[in-house]
Design a protein around this ligand. Structure first.
Ligand code: ZN
Length: 530
């Protein structure tokens, strides 16, 4: 089959805002002399520039729907139109090149309606070239349209920006990419699984162009019936089972199983770097799921696949996941340059196994107020239970709730929630818990206006209507102790605090020492020790 072609404007994946504006401008005959297309590579800037050129110069135009068949359209597609010139500023930064360009624009279009100059990576132009361009833009020749594309708009002079209409191309999500690939495959009668398309979208790393070229490579290899195994082979990719086995081994901190799995990857002759990037993508997706839920657009996997992955990693807290990700990211330069990438990979895996489980700070605070028991030396099983007790829903919920409050610009309420010792999601209830004795926080939270806002935010964060409960932690005897009394002089306080097992544990874990004591009257009153 030939190159994959998509209809104009609609082919701007994820850039509907730009497509709509350009379409309206053409229909209303309100075209600018100069445009800047700004955005990451692969987001469709050059494609959009060519489409716009076709809209302007199509024999049936100017039209937002060029025919794609007339001579101007065909020549633009093939990059050999006499009136549509593309130049790459990265390779042509000299004054001479700009003089040439000025000369080009000084002539009327040779055949078509407009002369269109597409300058790619315009921020790379030298200062003198920029000035020459600016001069041209100040007195734009009739029937000339500039389209300047850049990945680094902050490097484009403000004087240039002010003379152009600027379009920001946004990052294309993996989900949008695979949906796009799906529509192409369906219209071309190609049989391929969703999983394979997700994989291709990931291999394209957010670039429409790159993922299309991966798809073309695969189709060239196996025709219109694409088996998952073919995709794996072309990408040098690993089977999902092996990936899941590795993720499971990391979650279990089972170094032996990790090494055996890596061995299997090598046995299959898979590319280690590709395996690494797939593994990284999995952990990234799991972490994002914890924060934003399995249905977010940000993920490159189906919600079912994500839920399965999330399930096998419940033993890892958000912080654990972050640290595994950190170790994997650190591995990249070594993997690319070392003559022994396998040894590096093995050593990084072993380090993930030796990472101690991180106990969330809320859990520590719970233990301080007597609820959490001894956290100092949990056995493997206990440790896992502790970590999974309110994970994963609750871990992400607190963050989502805070994000929702911040969005409403309520710093006082954000601060109030910062004092909560626990934020939990239980069925249809959101529970915000303050430390024992912190009556005033509870009262503050229960003010009608605050309560209404918190309830709205909680429901937004949980993605469904929730009942809100504000609670106080119980003290060690299961009572609410009320405001604490001043506990004597400073030395006495230091001794009391230092002998508390939970404090002892904190001191040991963080290598800390007690420098000052304030009675933890969480009402925030001025009851400080001199
Ligand atoms: Zn045409």
């Amino acid at each position: 089959m030939g190159p994959i072609r998509s209809p104009p404007f609609e082919s701007l994946i994820g850039q509907q805002h730009i497509a709509r504006t350009l379409r309206n401008a053409i229909e209303a005959d309100r075209l600018a002399h100069a445009y800047i297309f700004s955005g990451l590579r692969g987001t469709g800037k050059t494609s959009a520039a060519r489409i716009l050129a076709k809209c302007l110069n199509c024999e049936k135009g100017p039209t937002p729907d060029p025919c794609n068949q007339c001579i101007p359209c065909t020549e633009i597609t093939q990059g050999r139109s006499i009136d549509v010139l593309e130049m790459d500023a990265a390779s042509r930064t000299g004054v001479g090149d700009i003089r040439e360009l000025q000369e080009v624009v000084s002539y009327a279009p040779a055949r078509d309606r407009f002369k269109v100059l597409i300058i790619d990576e315009v921020h790379m132009l030298s200062k003198s070239a920029f000035n020459a361009l600016l001069k041209t833009l100040e007195e734009p020749p009739a029937r000339v349209v500039f389209i300047l594309a850049t990945t680094e708009i902050q490097k484009v002079l403000p004087t240039i920006l002010s003379r152009c209409q600027v379009f920001e191309f946004r990052r294309v999500t993996p989900r949008e990419l695979s949906t796009h690939l799906r529509s192409i495959c369906d219209s071309e009668g190609i049989t391929i699984s969703d999983e394979a398309l997700d994989r291709i979208a990931r291999a394209g790393e957010g670039s429409v162009r790159d993922s299309l070229s991966v798809l073309e490579r695969i189709l060239a290899f196996c025709g219109t019936e694409v088996e998952d195994e073919d995709v794996l082979q072309v990408l040098g990719a690993v089977r999902a089972e092996i990936l899941i086995r590795m993720v499971g081994a990391i979650a279990e901190r089972d170094a032996g199983e990790m090494l055996a799995t890596l061995d299997a990857v090598m046995d299959e002759g898979r590319d280690l770097l590709h395996f690494w990037s797939e593994l990284l993508a999995v952990f990234r997706d799991i972490l994002i799921t914890r924060v934003a839920g399995a249905d977010t657009e940000l993920l490159s996997r189906s919600p079912e696949e994500i839920r399965a992955l999330d399930k096998i990693t419940t033993a890892l807290s958000g912080e654990d996941l972050n640290r595994v990700l950190g170790l994997l990211v650190e591995l990249e330069p070594g993997l690319k340059s070392s003559s022994q990438p396998r040894f590096l990979f093995e050593s990084a895996l072993i380090r993930t196994a030796s990472l101690a489980a991180v106990v969330p700070i809320e859990r520590f605070l719970e233990s301080l107020s007597g609820g959490g028991g001894d956290l100092s030396s949990p056995s493997g099983e206990q440790k896992k239970k502790k970590l999974t007790r309110s994970e994963p829903a609750t871990a992400g919920f607190r963050a989502a709730l805070l994000a929702s409050i911040k969005k409403r610009s309520r710093p006082m309420i954000t601060a109030l929630i910062g004092h909560a010792s626990g934020v939990e999601l239980e069925g249809d209830q959101a529970i915000i818990r303050f430390p024992a004795g912190a009556e005033s926080f509870k009262t503050q939270a229960e003010r009608e206006e605050t309560l209404t806002l918190l309830k709205g935010c909680a429901s937004e964060a949980g993605g469904r209507p929730l009942v809100l409960r504000i609670e106080l932690e119980k003290d060690k005897n299961g009572r609410d102790p009320g405001p604490r009394r001043e506990a004597g002089n400073r030395r006495q306080l230091m001794e009391t605090a230092g002998s508390d097992p939970a404090v002892k544990h904190l001191l040991r874990e963080f290598g800390a020492q007690i420098v000052d004591i304030r009675p933890l009257d969480l009402e925030g009153s001025a009851e400080e020790t001199p």
